[in-house]
Design a protein around this ligand. Structure first.
Ligand code: MD3
Ligand code: FE
Length: 218
């Protein structure tokens, strides 16, 4: 671009970093330049291991639809929550984690101060309008020193994050397309959830929100 052209003619959302709490970083717009590539990979992955509504051990069907890529995948049924090498719905290995996913997760972890991040799973969540995720902790992973990296795509959502006890005060945080959050250190085990996604339409994802969460499961 010629140096004489004013930058305001090329608006792009500004990338910012903010530490929400010790070990918890929100990297606004961090995934924007790879969002289309990520979306293409999600199409490919779900062609192999489709989105499905998992059943909790208590017998409830989750409103968020899920699938995975990586060495293992997160799964739930009446027998419990666990990580599996095989997708129980296809009988085959979960699709491999694309290099672009791993690169983004590493870069985000690095930006938040976590070196040599090596996730073995990416859980992919799909939120249709009205879908929510109730308050919970992510405690099915063996290594809790490793952070969780979360990437938001498509429709915006309000994220809830509390403390280490369920009753602790919850803060609300809007997350939009391209935002990345890194939850590590003392924030790794915070309770969190997502409020019902509001009606809308996003040019990349349509009437839904997609979320990637990278974890070190084993
Ligand atoms: C805060 N997903 O898949 S990611 C999940 O937007 C999950 O789909 C949500 O919670 C989503 O388990 C939120 C953000 C997130 C992930 C892990 C955390 C926030 C966290 C761990 C500790 C504290
Ligand atoms: Fe979670």
């Amino acid at each position: 671009m010629p140096a004489s052209l004013p930058l305001f003619e090329f608006p792009h959302p500004v990338e910012t970093r903010e530490e929400l709490a010790p070990g918890a970083w929100v990297l606004r717009g961090f995934a924007l330049d790879v969002a289309e590539a990520l979306s293409g990979e999600i199409e490919r992955i779900t062609g192999v291991s489709p989105f499905r509504h998992l059943v909790t051990p208590g017998g409830r069907t989750m409103s968020v639809a899920m699938t995975n890529c990586g060495e293992v995948g997160w799964f739930s049924d009446r027998r419990g929550y666990r990580y599996t090498r095989i997708d129980p719905d296809t009988g085959a290995r979960w699709p491999a984690m694309p290099p672009s996913f791993l690169r983004l997760a590493r870069n985000a972890a690095h930006a938040a101060g976590f070196e040599a991040y090596s996730p073995d799973v990416c859980l992919i969540n799909r939120y249709e309008i009205g879908t929510r995720l109730t308050l919970h902790q992510d405690h099915d992973e063996r290594d809790r020193r490793a952070p969780i990296v979360s990437v938001s795509l498509g429709l915006p959502a309000t994220f809830l994050f509390g403390g280490l006890a369920r009753k602790d005060l919850q803060r609300r945080m809007p997350l939009v397309h391209g935002d990345v959050v890194v939850w590590g250190g003392p924030s790794r085990m915070r309770y969190h959830g997502v409020l019902p996604v509001k009606t809308g339409e996003h040019p990349l994802t349509g009437a839904r929100r997609l979320n990637l969460t990278f974890r070190v499961a084993r």
